[in-house]
Design a protein around this ligand. Structure first.
Ligand SMILES: [Zn+2]
Ligand SMILES: [Zn+2]
Length: 181
């Protein structure tokens, strides 16, 4: 038992029992299942909604060092355009590859281990998702963003100008804003 390894929560849908997989290299198991997304999976402007279905297609292979996992996770995405804040929805497929080392084997400090005959895919999934998601997603490549004066969406109103004709209600608000600072 490797006391340094975080114990895998057997109730997590991303934890898989591998005890029935023989330590004989060559044993292989395919897993196809849908699991609910954990909380806080994503980046600030784009994330996998908590509880939304993640379709996992996994291949677990018993190799000499441990259990080699490869496959894909298909997810739903929700976020906002980083320029105009329009809600965005998308789908994405992430490749997963992770070696879970048997606890009695020598390995690097940052290696991932089999713990209590289980493997926890959540950290690998988080890494894959966070590395791949855009930090500044856009509703479209040339999104015009929001008017810095009144906050109007410039995609809806490309000819938008203020000139001298600022709506008096807005100019009052703006003055109040400035006075507050
Ligand atoms: Zn936009
Ligand atoms: Zn404006």
């Amino acid at each position: 038992m490797n006391s340094l390894s975080r114990s895998a929560d057997a109730r997590s849908p991303l934890v898989f029992d591998v005890h029935e997989m023989s330590r004989q290299a060559g044993t292989m198991k395919e897993i196809s299942r849908s699991v609910p997304a954990p909380a806080d999976l994503g980046v600030e402007m784009m994330r996998v909604p908590e509880g939304s279905p993640i379709a996992l297609e996994l291949r677990l292979q018993s190799v000499v060092e441990g259990i080699w996992v490869s496959g894909t996770a298909d997810v739903e995405l929700a976020g906002e355009c980083s320029r105009c804040l329009t809600p965005l929805e998308d789908e994405a497929s992430f490749d997963l590859e992770e070696l879970f080392v048997h606890p009695d084997r020598e390995a690097d400090e940052d290696a991932t281990f089999v713990v209590d005959e289980r493997i926890d895919l959540e950290p690998a999934l988080r890494d894959a998702v966070v590395l791949d998601l855009p930090f500044t997603p856009l509703c479209r490549e040339d999104c015009a963003g929001l008017c810095t004066i009144c906050g109007a969406n410039l995609n809806d109103d490309p000819e938008h100008t203020h000139g001298e004709q600022v709506d008096p209600r807005w100019s009052t608000l703006l003055r109040v804003d400035t006075d507050d600072n």
